[in-house]
Design a protein around this ligand. Structure first.
Ligand SMILES: [Zn+2]
Ligand SMILES: [Zn+2]
Length: 276
């Protein structure tokens, strides 16, 4: 399933990583804990570090891309301090000694004091220059932590929304490695609401209409053309696909929480630790 990756989802923007299997109500859902590489003329930035199970895959994807001659990795941008998003940052900073960690860098120096001088604070509107394009920190509408920032590629207008636009896909239907619009049998409202139920419990206690309006506002203000979620399939037709995801978020908010993951051992090639 990983043979489609790394996949270029917009010019110079590459999707890295692999699927993670998750059991829910007797079904096996697949999700991503993706990382993305944005290559400029003089520098590349890695957005997110991936899930620990995917570190070897992501290292291989990076090596493959840099062997093609992409600009060197000078920056790592992580949306927030949770393992599927930033768990590999020590490894990335070690293997790429010129790379600077960017974003809200609260607390990382406590785990990695040796890299404190390579941590760069960003706030909304701040940009890191990659040569011909930059990565900007933008409003994180859906956030797990108060330290969350979302990223935005100013040239191809790609939004990196971290935990926003999170949803799973069906391995059996061959969705692995597809963009959202290619996965035609995917019930986006259903998988979006399932993911919110499992991983974004606070959406049960918030007015999701206000969040969805804010998402629409952000997409319009930035002129977003592609959405590269950490836990969903990339969205390349914003007008057609975003309303389906928002329908799922609103539906999930109206249902009571159904509980945490089923603790059933997984088997087969795609089995992995059932965490989000
Ligand atoms: Zn997450
Ligand atoms: Zn998959």
């Amino acid at each position: 399933m990983a043979n489609k990756m790394p996949r270029e989802i917009a010019p110079g923007v590459f999707w890295l990583g692999d699927c993670l299997a998750q059991r829910h109500k007797g079904k096996i859902y697949h999700g991503y804990n993706a990382a993305f590489l944005v290559a400029g003329e003089t520098a590349s930035v890695l957005v997110e570090t991936g899930h620990p199970k995917d570190f070897p895959v992501i290292e291989r994807h990076l090596a493959e891309l840099f062997a093609r001659g992409l600009a060197p990795l000078k920056y790592l941008f992580v949306t927030h301090q949770e393992t599927p998003h930033c768990g590999g940052l020590g490894r990335i900073l070690k293997t790429h000694p010129d790379a600077i960690l960017c974003g809200d860098v609260s607390d990382y120096h406590l785990a990695f004091p040796q890299y404190e001088h390579r941590m760069h604070w960003m706030k909304e509107g701040d940009e890191i220059d990659l040569g011909g394009r930059s990565l900007m920190a933008v409003e994180p509408v859906i956030r797990d932590l108060r330290t969350t920032w979302w990223g935005f590629d100013t040239r191809e207008r790609v939004l990196f929304p971290g935990d926003g636009f999170a949803y799973s896909h069906y391995h059996e239907d061959g969705h692995c490695g597809l963009i959202a619009e290619e996965a035609v049998s995917l019930d986006l409202p259903d998988v979006s609401s399932t993911f919110a139920d499992l991983a974004l419990f606070w959406t049960k206690f918030a007015d999701m209409n206000a969040y969805c309006d804010r998402l629409d506002h952000l997409i319009e203000r930035l002129g977003v053309k592609t959405i590269a979620p950490t836990h969903g399939l990339p969205i390349t037709d914003v007008n057609a696909t975003v309303p389906k995801v928002l329908t799922g978020l609103k539906a999930a908010a109206l249902m009571p929480e159904s509980g945490t993951n089923e603790k059933v051992p997984l088997s087969g090639a795609c089995a992995a630790t059932p965490t989000i």
